[in-house]
Design a protein around this ligand. Structure first.
Ligand code: SAJ
Length: 419
């Protein structure tokens, strides 16, 4: 395939513009730069741009400075859902509006942001064609879903395998060749762009339904008196046909808690009702209130009510080791406990600006009850002696990360999620 764009890839004469410099776009920009390919960053957020520039890369909030004459645009902007769980593509649409002003013949546009199947062709492309260029003929469009796992020490943008799908054969080929130049992992070509969009949604919906499975088990095992953590660990000894997921006080983050709604909404438009996916979301969304129920029961066991109790909330971010609070269950738990009249001390070492105390000891002082919401390493290591020292009477382990038996033996009420 004799193609201007392909030649530029092969001779490393390519100029790439990254739109969106968050936890997806910035690592990608760094990786492309490390491959000695010309790369420019664009973001509307001046702080993000300043951070990138400070690290020695070229970025700007002014598209004219960085997106003129690039050969390839890679869109890495957020695609959240709104309060009604409806997909919000405004950032991606705005990125396409910007790109349409700079698009020239033979350009490639790649969307990495997660969208529901069909969105790139139905929503993004018409905006890109405001450039009076025809998608698939004058310029090329592909989807290469991002797979960044924030905080993961092993898997990163350079070694995570990827999939690509274009609106036509040449678009797929160009994106395939591009990512083969950029990443040090396998790139799989798909037969359509829609299949590439669906791949990412399936990956994360798979995770959501499996978490819902163990969350429902946790509720059932609480009644039967089975320790779900031990049972899942035991089931994990089976070397095939089982994949461990763990119950908890809720499913947060902008991937697992969000992506299923994309598929639910898209399917609804075709008249299909994803009852199973909706049920999984319902179960996962019920876990913060289930955790509050545990707090009520734990305090009742020592003759207290939530009202006027002093409760320590440990964790605000949606998962351990990150500072991201999006869709975090902690805020639902906090709101509910406040509504019930508790006085709260809130501590998250990764989110100090939203913590009401600045360290763990402060958080535990004069508390009746401790609620573990985030599985930060620091909380996993809390010795029972510390709970005893601060006269904690009830521990609600929202992530099942503490040593249940040791806590119970010390005379403290312990309630986990399914244990
Ligand atoms: N969670 C559970 N039980 C589990 C796993 C997670 O309750 O067994 C909760 C977490 O506490 C958190 C939420 O679900 O609140 C999401 O956790 P996550 O580990 O899935 O982390 P994310 O949201 O950062 O998911 C990312 C995803 N990566 C991408 O979308 C590119 C996901 O596909 C990965 O599988 C996941 O990281 C991962 O494996 O760590």
């Amino acid at each position: 395939m004799n193609n201007v764009f392909l030649k530029k890839i092969e001779t490393k004469k390519l100029k790439i513009g990254i739109i969106g410099l968050g936890y997806v776009g910035f690592p990608l920009l760094e990786l492309i730069h490390s491959k000695k390919i010309d790369v420019y960053g664009f973001d509307l957020d001046k702080k993000k741009v300043d951070d990138v520039v400070e690290k020695g890369y070229t970025a700007s909030t002014n598209a004219n400075e960085v997106l003129k004459n690039v050969d390839c645009f890679i869109i890495c902007v957020p695609t959240p859902v709104d309060i009604n769980h409806q997909p919000d593509l405004s950032y991606a649409e705005s990125a396409c509006e910007t790109i349409s002003k700079f698009l020239i013949k033979n350009n490639l546009v790649v969307l990495e942001s997660t969208v529901s199947p069909g969105s790139t062709e139905e929503i993004m492309m018409p905006i890109l064609e405001k450039s009076d260029l025809k998608a698939g003929e004058d310029f090329y469009v592909s989807h290469c879903p991002e797979r960044i796992d924030p905080g993961n020490k092993k898997w990163n943008v350079s070694n995570i395998p990827r999939v690509v799908g274009g609106i036509n054969q040449i678009s797929t080929e160009l994106a395939f060749n591009l990512y083969n130049q950029i990443i040090d992992a396998n790139v799989m070509k798909l037969s359509s762009l829609k299949n590439a969009e669906a791949t990412k949604i399936v990956e994360n919906t798979f995770r959501d339904v499996n978490i819902a499975f163990v969350n429902e088990l946790a509720k059932s095992f609480d009644k039967i008196g089975i320790d779900i953590k031990e049972v899942i660990d035991a089931a994990s000894t089976k070397p095939f046909g089982f994949m461990a997921h763990y119950p908890g006080c809720g499913v947060g983050g902008h991937c697992i808690a969000v992506d299923p709604y994309y598929l639910i909404e898209k399917a609804e438009k075709t008249g299909f009702n994803h009852r199973f996916l909706k049920l999984a979301r319902e179960i996962n969304n019920s876990m913060p209130k289930y955790t509050v129920k545990k707090v009520i029961e734990g305090l009742n066991d020592i003759g207290k009510s939530v009202k006027n109790s002093n409760i320590s909330i440990l964790g605000l971010s949606y998962k351990g080791g990150v500072s991201d609070i999006r869709e975090s269950p902690s805020f639902i738990i906090i709101e509910e406990l406040k509504r019930l009249g508790a006085s709260l001390k809130i501590f998250d070492p990764y989110v100090l600006d939203k913590s009401t105390v600045k360290n763990l000891n402060e958080a535990l002082k004069n508390s009746d009850c401790v609620v573990i919401v985030t599985n930060h390493q620091e909380f996993k290591k809390i010795p029972v002696e510390k709970f005893k020292k601060y006269l904690i009477k009830v521990v609600i382990d929202g992530r099942n990360i503490l040593n249940k038996d040791k806590i119970i033996k010390s005379g403290i009420i312990y309630k986990g999620i399914g244990r």
